[in-house]
Design a protein. Structure first.
Length: 442
């Protein structure tokens, strides 16, 4: 089907009127469903996070799931049960080649396949909801952002926490000047998506329903190792497939930080600990960024990330008094006070006596999934389009990259996508795809 055959005069005119040609987050002229039409939707992934995404998106009466692709057909039973008419593929490329009436898709696969699938889908004019982290490499994030903007795709990254009332409250309080100019932030997660052990030296039988070659996708060939070492969940720990704890949770926990402080790209990044081994991401990472100032920060602002067993130093923890530090969260230190943001919990302003009479803003909750569905139909816009979430992902992935060079300050030139003082680091900004799996633009 050609691009023009997808267009109707009504959808074009209503889409342009809703979006405004000059806005940065305008909507696709290629795959748009009109305000009174239903999105024909595909999912890349059929179980786990993908099934969760499907269920959330399908709560809209304006979205119809027509196809799914999953490399493991043994994990498609539930989606077949809930959506009896869905067409099932094992090769995502075949789905894109054969399903000509699609408007939108979600990409909910292991991290290493986010970029190639999302790029191909956008090149075919599909609006995209892609799970976090948006990509596995910094270069991929930059390219997806560029193509989404140029092709006027409605995009959203799966950081639903962005739309949660408690984190919208954090953003509103800080941007409203509650704690003055922010000079430093400390953020942490107690998750442990890393592994210090060596990769097992064995070759296990591939399950009958799993296409291992397709699961590897753009990554280099290797033996299948069973027992859950890669599939279905522990791929997050592996260098070639996931992004460790930082990539997994950084996009969630740092989202309100980036939003509240209006952060752009960092100037430098330094990992103090948490180096990976030959095959796996590290544990107990500590990564410190320096950012240029914004209207709500001092001239320079530092952001330090901790994961696993690592936590902010005692002097920082003491700022919350005798309270126990939450398993995940952030602490914002400003010129006029402290904001303690516990993950998916109401924020606290400290010291208590100072803020006893402060009225916390109440921006309310938004449905992250349905917001995207309606934006695809020309109603409103998304809150985490790739123009925002691409930058967030680049910064998080730069922190992941820094753990490969612990105790070294990396100077970052975002415009050039280049570490200016360490040539070896630049080898990890962009990776080459395996032959037969190349995608134009990546």
């Amino acid at each position: 089907m050609t691009i023009n055959s997808r267009l109707t005069r009504r959808s074009v005119l209503k889409g342009l009127a809703a979006a405004g040609i000059g806005l940065p987050f305008v909507y696709s002229d290629m795959a748009k469903a009109g305000p009174n039409e239903t999105l024909n939707h595909a999912s890349f992934g059929a179980n786990g996070m993908a099934l969760s995404d499907i269920r959330s998106l399908a709560t809209s009466k304006n979205l119809r799931l027509v196809a799914v692709a999953d490399v493991d057909l043994g994990r498609t039973a539930e989606v077949r049960k809930q959506f009896p008419n869905v067409r099932v593929y094992q090769d995502w490329r075949e789905l894109l080649d054969k399903e000509k009436g699609l408007n939108s898709c979600n990409v909910s696969t292991p991290d290493h396949m986010h970029a190639p699938i999302t790029m191909r889908a956008m090149q075919q004019g599909l609006h995209v909801y892609t799970q976090k982290p948006l990509t596995q490499t910094i270069f991929e994030a930059r390219q997806l952002t560029r193509v989404a903007r140029e092709r006027r795709i409605v995009s959203q990254m799966g950081i639903q926490i962005h739309s949660h009332a408690v984190h919208r409250t954090v953003v509103a309080a800080i941007q409203g000047g509650a704690i003055g100019k922010v000079r430093e932030v400390h953020s942490w997660s107690d998750k442990t998506w890393g592994d210090r052990a060596a990769r097992p030296d064995r070759k296990d039988a591939i399950p009958a329903n799993l296409n291992w070659d397709h699961w590897l996708g753009v990554a280099d060939e290797r033996n299948f190792i069973g027992g859950g070492y890669y599939h279905p969940g522990n791929w997050r720990k592996r260098l070639d497939f996931g992004t460790g704890t930082f990539g997994d949770m950084g996009c969630h926990i740092l989202d309100p930080v980036f939003t509240a402080l209006s952060l752009a790209a960092p100037i430098s990044v330094r990992a103090e600990q948490g180096a990976p081994n030959s095959h796996n991401w590290g544990l107990d990472c500590i990564v410190r960024y320096t950012f240029p100032g914004t209207k709500v920060t001092t001239d320079r602002v530092t952001l330090t990330w901790y994961d696993g067993a690592a936590r902010p130093p005692a002097a920082v923890r003491d700022l919350i008094g005798n309270r126990q530090l939450s398993g995940q969260g952030s602490l914002y230190i400003g010129s006029d006070g402290i904001l303690y943001s516990r993950y998916i919990d109401a924020p606290l302003l400290l010291p208590e006596e100072k803020f006893r009479d402060y009225k916390m803003p109440t921006p309310g909750h938004e449905n992250h999934y349905l917001q995207w569905v309606e934006a695809c139909r020309g109603n409103g816009r998304t809150s985490t389009p790739f123009d925002f979430s691409g930058n967030l992902t680049e910064s998080v992935l730069l922190g992941c990259l820094a753990t490969r060079f612990t105790k070294t300050t990396l100077e970052w030139d975002a415009a050039k996508l280049q570490v200016t003082n360490n040539k070896d680091a630049n080898a990890h900004v962009r990776w080459r795809y395996r032959k037969r799996w190349e995608v134009n633009g990546l």
